[in-house]
Design a protein around this ligand. Structure first.
Ligand SMILES: [Zn+2]
Length: 233
């Protein structure tokens, strides 16, 4: 590894499912995970919520429980420590599990929302709701609050994408971790970073369709590769 973190002023880490998987967080699609027995589309879309809000909330409480049983790993901790000592470290993530925040990272840009927030679209409010069970299930207006997560069939939050793009266009080191990046807008991120001159690094357990776009591809686990990176700074 030849990356010397000290040479960079603005660093963006872009993390996906692989980052959380190293902590043991089950993914929707992972085989053998606890979601295997659920047809997730019955629980993770607006239609399902409109029909059976309580059932959908119960399902998301199960997800919260499974996430709380997992802990941030050394890769999460490395990023958090780096942010404390480096002015411009931004995390953009596809994960909804809040693992970066639990490791102490601040200002995380969550492309797909968070398991730890609820919202009412009628009232345009979002509220933090942390813990195994939802503290609030209904809004003051009487509606059920829905998890502030991008479900199947939902549009992404335009403001959040803009925030991510801005951070990525302004960085000089872009490190993608544990994401195959084939889905928009993630697919455009390496190009966006490169277009303004950033050095682009991919860390993943296998090569991806986007690997060719990166200046450097490191095959390995984030918890190990990042620890190695910290060793060299
Ligand atoms: Zn409301």
């Amino acid at each position: 590894m030849v990356i010397d973190i000290k040479n960079y002023k603005k660093i963006v880490f872009f993390t996906g499912a692989g980052m959380s998987a190293e902590s043991g967080v089950p993914t929707y699609r992972g085989s053998g995970g606890i979601w295997h027995k659920y047809n997730y589309e019955e629980f993770a879309c607006q239609d399902a919520f409109d029909r059976h809000p309580q059932k959908v909330l119960d399902f998301h409480e199960l997800r919260r429980k499974s996430v709380l049983e997992c802990q941030p790993h050394n890769g999460h901790k490395f990023i958090s420590e780096l942010q404390k000592s480096h002015n411009y470290v931004t995390v953009v993530t596809q994960n909804i599990d809040g693992m970066h925040q639990r490791a102490g990272t601040e200002n995380v840009i969550e492309l797909h929302g968070s398991l730890w927030r609820l919202r009412c679209d009628d009232c345009s409010i979002t509220i933090d709701d942390i813990g195994e069970s939802f503290t609030n299930k209904k809004c003051k207006c009487g509606n059920y609050l829905r998890p502030d997560i991008t479900w199947f069939g939902d549009m992404l939050n335009e403001k959040v994408i803009q925030q991510a793009s801005e951070a990525i266009r302004n960085c000089d080191l872009f490190i993608s971790i544990g994401t195959s990046g084939v889905v928009w807008p993630a697919a455009g991120f390496p190009q966006e970073a490169k277009s303004t001159g950033a050095y682009c690094v991919e860390i993943n357990t296998e090569r991806t369709e986007l690997s060719g776009l990166f200046d450097e591809v490191i095959i390995g686990k984030a918890s190990e590769v990042l620890t190695d990176l910290s060793f060299r700074t």
